[in-house]
Design a protein around this ligand. Structure first.
Ligand SMILES: [Fe+2]
Ligand SMILES: [Fe+2]
Length: 191
């Protein structure tokens, strides 16, 4: 399938489920991520697809995500058990694979950990993670001031670390996901 055909299919999937708001968000993430990809010499087409697909599971309710994850025998993190919406990153990966024939591991992995990041994250993972956070920050939720925008181009790892630290320091995480805890430790160790 050609790239622009897939992009149309992705957009239609959001629109067919009346998810114009999510489509707007993922397009915004794609714009930010492409800018970062250029700064980090990453494959722009792959980053664009990852950004557009990262919240594709938004077409489901949290309960549907949970049932879907169970039906695929995913090992559920305690945080996901309590807050089913946390599963959306992992469910998005499966939809990207099954409905859009995405096989590229850089794309799939960055979709899968865009909310929590994970240890040994790739540059693709970090770009999608940060682009998603900058996009939310523009809407004021959650707000980290100018922290991310200024930090990201010079130091992607530091931006990821500062964002997660901000969440811990301000008690924004009711129940941290294990992947986030491990990503935080990993980033701290390597700074
Ligand atoms: Fe998300
Ligand atoms: Fe998102």
């Amino acid at each position: 399938m050609r790239n622009y055909d897939v992009i149309d299919l992705i957009k239609n999937k959001y629109l067919n489920h009346n998810k114009e708001d999510v489509l707007k968000h993922v397009e915004n993430v794609a714009e930010i991520a492409v800018e970062l990809a250029e700064a980090y010499n990453l494959d722009v087409d792959r980053i664009r697809l990852a950004a557009l697909l990262h919240d594709i599971s938004g077409i489901m309710t949290p309960q549907e995500m949970y049932d879907f994850a169970k039906s695929r025998s995913l090992k559920i993190d305690p945080a996901e058990e309590k807050y089913h919406a946390l599963l959306h990153q992992r469910v998005s990966r499966i939809i990207a694979q099954e409905d859009f024939d995405i096989t590229d591991s850089d794309i799939l992995n960055s979709i899968e950990c865009h909310t929590t990041l994970k240890k040994n994250a790739s540059v693709y993972d970090k770009v999608i993670f940060i682009a998603d956070k900058i996009s939310w920050d523009q809407k004021g939720v959650p707000s980290c001031g100018d922290l991310l925008k200024s930090a990201t181009i010079e130091a992607l790892d530091e931006a990821c670390y500062l964002y997660i630290k901000y969440q811990f320091d301000n008690n924004l995480l009711v129940m941290p996901h294990q992947w986030l805890i491990e990503a935080y430790e990993d980033l701290k160790k390597n700074l």
